[in-house]
Design a protein around this ligand. Structure first.
Ligand code: NAD
Length: 453
């Protein structure tokens, strides 16, 4: 396949086709990136900072355009897509402060002075999934560029449009040619070449755990640095002493946003058994209230699934009504629409409880006490995010420390802020993105001893 036809997930119309990058073109682009990186790293830190601020300004000027591309290509509701484009601008702005703050240390030693430098790794290959095409790309490219690297970016096959536009905006903002290139194409062609090309010195991979393992094994051949952001099956733990009204009203948005195609989705709601019935009574109207509909409507909260193949995968988890407690609504007719669906599984080992469905399907499970809640939350190969609802401060702290997960929130479901670290425990990933230290993750520490003799 040398090109791909993009389908609008909301109505199944053909958008356009995008030509895939060939292996030879990938190698050429990486060579181009090698020379652009040298030019970029040689600039004064303040000049690189200014370049990133201009890039942020260019994105700011294109928020509406980027948002409309995501609406058409990925089926994201317009208000969400605008937030995503604004988030890319904010991530660039945040990391534009980094070039002038790449601080090394001075270390007391005998016979001279010892200093460390944070050297850019060189060319960074960023491979992203289709669920949040522009925001996840920005989590990689903004700190990588800030640390003095060049970036080659491979968008997912289904959703390349915003990534292609972002690379144009970087050029329009005056970043050196070749410094930030988007190379659309297949994972087993372009993505694998990023891994095997020796001029790419670090890979940032976001995607499924299965592919992440392949990428990690490939990186091992060259001892190539790798950051992995993988799958999740996060728990939303509701204790009997919680503000149940608030927890139930918020729960649908912690799993149905982006139609559940969210690595941080709280797709297991664990409820203390004594309040299970009351919680379900409150959850049902909250789920019915999720606005699923036209993606260009400002008030729409949930759109369609991204593609027919993904719709079929999600649907295979709900073959009949056996475990369904209740559903929300979804449009009928063309488009890959799947209604918000709440399951009451009868077993803790059912595949709906253990697998990452990556669609608007949530399982509600009862637990008996704090120890049982922790055990159930941790009974997963994943450990990405999660929530704890309780009015007991001591319990909130105990349970937060006991859950094996990278991003937890108490009496809230928020996971992502560009100023705080993000990443997974166990098979949810390796390394961290975002937060104050992200640019450092794109450097090698060099130690230099200078003799005073
Ligand atoms: P995927 O693993 O199928 O693909 C991800 C990317 O890898 C795509 O660009 C794909 O083309 C590329 N790829 C495929 N095979 C490759 C190979 N052999 N070598 C290199 N690259 C290859 O994942 P997906 O279905 O696009 O995305 C959904 C998954 O992403 C879910 O599991 C989700 O949890 C995960 N995800 C994780 C995070 C996080 O931050 N932890 C964020 C978003 C999504």
């Amino acid at each position: 396949m040398t090109s791909i036809e993009l389908i609008n997930p909301a109505d199944e119309t053909v958008l356009r086709s995008v030509t895939h990058t060939t292996l030879a073109e990938v190698d050429d682009a990486i060579l181009h990136a090698v020379s652009a990186q040298r030019e970029w790293a040689a600039l004064a830190p303040a000049e690189r900072a200014a370049g990133l601020r201009r890039f942020a300004a260019a994105v700011d000027g294109a928020v509406e355009e980027l948002a409309m591309l995501e609406v058409a290509n990925s089926g994201h509701p317009i208000s969400q897509a605008r937030w995503e484009a604004g988030h890319v601008r904010d991530v660039l702005t945040y990391y534009s402060a980094a070039p002038e703050r790449m601080l090394g240390s001075t270390i007391p030693v005998a016979g001279g002075i010892d200093v460390t430098f944070l050297e850019p790794v060189g060319v960074v290959g960023i491979i992203v999934p289709w669920n949040f095409p522009m925001t996840i790309a920005a989590w990689g490219f903004a700190p990588a560029l800030a640390a003095g690297n060049a970036v080659v970016l491979k968008p997912a096959e289904w959703t390349p449009l915003t990534a292609l536009r972002l690379a144009e905006l970087a050029l329009e903002a005056g970043l050196p040619e070749g410094l930030f290139q988007t190379l659309p194409g297949r994972g087993d062609v372009v993505g694998e070449r990023f891994v095997s090309n020796e001029n790419v010195r670090k890979i940032v991979f976001t995607g499924s755990t299965a592919t992440g393992k392949k990428v990690m094994a490939g990186c091992a051949h060259q001892v190539k640095a790798v950051t992995l952001e993988l799958g999740g099956k996060s728990a939303n733990v509701v204790f009997a002493d919680a503000d149940l009204e608030k927890a139930a009203a918020a729960a649908p948005y912690s799993v149905f946003e982006n139609a559940g195609q969210d690595c941080c989705a709280r797709s297991r709601i664990l409820v203390e058994r004594s309040v299970l019935d009351r919680f379900l009574e409150l959850l049902e109207p909250a789920v019915a209230g999720v606005k699923v509909g036209p993606v260009t409507d400002e008030s729409t909260e949930m759109g369609p699934l991204v593609a027919k193949a993904h719709f079929d995968k999600v649907a295979s988890y709900v073959p009949d009504d056996d475990q369904v407690a209740f559903r929300g609504s979804a449009p009928t007719g063309p488009g890959f629409w799947f209604p918000p669906t709440v399951l009451l599984p009868t077993s803790r080992t059912d595949r709906v409880v253990t697998d990452e469905i990556f669609g608007p399907v949530v399982s509600v499970l009862p637990f008996d006490d704090e120890a049982d809640a922790i055990a159930l939350a941790n009974d997963s190969i994943y450990g990405l995010s999660g929530s704890i609802w309780t009015r007991d401060v001591g319990r909130a702290i105990r349970v937060s420390r006991a859950i094996e997960s990278g991003n937890l929130s108490v009496n809230s479901n928020s996971s992502v802020r560009y100023s705080t670290p993000f990443g997974g425990f166990k098979q949810s990933g390796l390394g961290r993105e975002l937060g104050p230290d992200a640019a450092t993750a794109f450097t090698e520490t060099k130690n230099v001893f200078i003799s005073t003799d």
